[in-house]
Ligand binder design. Structure first.
Ligand code: TDO
Length: 185
């Protein structure tokens, strides 16, 4: 696997090394020892998969409070997404900065979203399937979000939003710097 730094501290874009033969191909899509070498820590305890019917669907921006904070390892296995993450760890060198990554079934890219980031994606094609490993179990009481259109976050989404849950359309707007997480260094 090939690990690329991003503009955000601790977040990594990962490319699989695809080995082709007469049958098709083979690639690792998760490897504990390679992850550890690149600073990806935490045990994956759940795998989630979502299918979005319509291009322009937006999910996020999500995170869970301590002690349920999750790292996420995200892959798009059908269609395409713009995955957008925001570093909301107070004290981080990249606090409140965000970056978007196109992940698709075609480009095979994967994204490590560290704990303490808000995570979201918008689908760029109909019938898009996204699967991701997470390092903490689902804890609905600890679930929080940022509004996708929050001017203090400032994400420019590539498409008009066609479909969004009521929950995501109504996350409270920030009234200052978020204080959910502290960067540990
Ligand atoms: C996240 C989650 C949801 N659910 C349930 C709750 C609800 O009935 C249904 C759909 O949940 P949501 O609307 O929260 O699904 P969704 O908006 O797809 O939530 C996901 O969004 C992306 C961006 C993330 O980063 C994920 O961590 C997760 O928050 O599934 C679980 O049972 N387990 C889970 O781990």
């Amino acid at each position: 696997m090939i690990f690329h730094q991003t503009t955000l501290t601790d977040a990594l874009l990962v490319e699989p090394e695809i080995r082709g033969d007469e049958r098709g191909s083979f690639a690792r899509t998760m490897c504990k020892s390679e992850f550890e070498q690149h600073g990806i820590r935490g045990e994956f305890v759940q795998q989630n998969t979502s299918v979005s019917a319509h291009k322009g669907t937006l999910r996020g921006l999500h995170f869970q409070l301590e002690p349920h904070t999750e790292g996420k390892f995200v892959r798009c296995i059908r269609g395409a997404i713009l995955d957008v993450i925001v570093d909301i760890r107070q004290g981080s060198p990249t606090f409140m900065r965000h970056e978007g990554f196109e992940l698709s079934a075609e480009n095979h890219r994967m994204l490590w979203v560290p704990p303490g980031f808000a995570h979201s994606f918008q689908t760029l094609a109909d019938d898009t399937e996204v699967t991701y490993l997470v390092t903490a179990a689902y804890a609905p009481d600890a679930e929080r979000g940022l509004r996708y259109s929050d001017p203090l976050v400032g994400v420019e989404w590539p498409l008009p939003v066609t479909t969004i849950s009521d929950k995501d359309a109504n996350w409270p707007l920030l009234d200052g710097e978020p204080t959910f997480f502290r960067y540990a260094g």
